[in-house]
Design a protein around this ligand. Structure first.
Ligand code: AMP
Ligand code: MG
Length: 355
């Protein structure tokens, strides 16, 4: 890991009416080429001036991010988009009208002003307008579009609080704006607008069903549903990396809830008998796993949005508990459930047990 030794400035702000002084200070850091972590409605982002290639390069350095993984550019309004793209299809405008600000990222033909550090050399650029007063105030005050991936060390669970950001990046970035917990909890939907029928490259808060209501037709990339892809040239470079992983190996158990729960108990019991410290990620309020290991509940499967909100801090909690192995329940891949299962499958790195 590259050595970085920076005094990270911590600034707490009101999430609804952020204090202008803190926003101005953070915006100045961005304009000078520094890195600022900030809350969005999905997860915390690590921002740099998107038009400054050197600043964007330091995002990769701070996170230990593979250089072939492009970064989403965040804007404060639709008027900022045309300068970033070569052309804007009517369908993209319809989607912005329907879902912005919000957790929908559009992949569009890249314009000349965007440095290649942002796109990792691709001919497309990913753009979104976040739905968070702090993020919007920061981008506006900076006066430039802001390139921002999630504000975690590469490969670790994305941060949903400023505390998570500091856990990973304290001393490696110039500042963090603390605006409380990120509400939605998993990253935005990434939609490729460059093919005839738009394709979901990464599932998120805006579901394929939501998109169909506006577009009529939408495809879901098989890798987005499977959660893992090791091809050399996947359509979204981020899809090939093992993301979101806690330190201990995670086994995702999929099946009818009762069958999956008894399989987890069986496997956890075996591991416990071998003297290993077991973690269990539960998605149900009433299943009692406590006899079999350290249980962390991340919402309940009947309300997938509660699982989205709690997933990443649950994964980080297992690190604090120091477990040796984790067994996780799954949920139905419907609506927001598709995004949650995509992240769980990635955290499992392909180790999925079907019952
Ligand atoms: P994150 O690092 O969590 O912000 O994730 C950004 C995601 O968007 C990654 O999966 C990237 O591969 C994807 N992405 C960013 N820019 C593009 C692009 N131009 N084309 C396709 N996928 C992109
Ligand atoms: Mg990320």
């Amino acid at each position: 890991m590259t050595e970085r030794n920076i005094a990270t400035l911590y600034m707490k702000v009101d999430p609804v009416n952020p204090e202008q002084k803190a926003i101005e200070e953070a915006a100045l850091i961005l304009r000078r080429g520094g890195l600022v972590a900030f809350p969005t409605e999905t997860v915390y982002g690590l921002g740099a001036n998107a038009l400054d290639g050197r600043a964007v390069a330091s995002i990769f350095e701070a996170k230990g991010r593979p250089s072939d993984n492009p970064i989403i550019v965040h804007v404060a309004g639709r008027e900022q988009v045309s300068a970033l793209t070569e052309s804007l299809p009517v369908t993209a405008e319809m989607l912005m009208e329907a879902f912005w600000p919000g957790p929908l990222t559009l992949v569009l033909p890249v314009g000349e002003s965007v440095p290649q550090e942002v796109t990792a050399g691709l001919r497309t650029v990913a753009v979104r307008m976040p739905d968070h007063p702090v993020a919007l105030a920061l981008i506006r005050a900076a006066g430039v579009p802001v390139a921002a991936p999630s504000a975690n060390m590469s490969g670790r669970p994305s941060p949903t609080s400023a505390e998570h950001v500091l856990e990973d990046l304290n001393g490696r970035i110039e500042a963090v704006l603390d605006g409380g917990s990120a509400e939605f909890g998993v990253e935005s939907t990434v939609l490729d607008m460059t093919s005839k029928v738009p394709v979901v490259l990464r599932p998120g808060g805006i579901t394929p069903e939501d998109l169909k209501d506006v577009l009529g037709e939408v495809d879901v990339d098989p890798a987005a549903a499977a959660g893992f892809n090791k091809e050399d040239k996947p359509r979204s470079p981020g899809m090939k990396y093992m993301h979101y992983a806690p330190l201990a190996p995670l086994r995702l158990v999929i099946g009818r809830p009762e069958a999956a729960a008894s399989k987890i108990k069986e496997l956890a019991g075996q591991e416990k008998a071998r003297g290993r410290k077991v973690g269990i990620l539960s998605l149900s309020k009433n299943d009692d796993f406590s006899h079999y290991g350290e249980v962390v509940t991340a919402g309940c499967r009947e309300k997938p949005e509660t699982v989205a909100a709690g997933l990443y801090s649950a994964l980080r909690r297992f690190n604090d508990l120091g477990v040796d192995i984790i067994f996780a329940e799954g949920l139905e891949e419907l609506g927001v459930g598709l995004a949650v299962m995509n992240r769980l499958k990635k955290a499992a790195g392909g180790h999925i047990i079907i019952v």
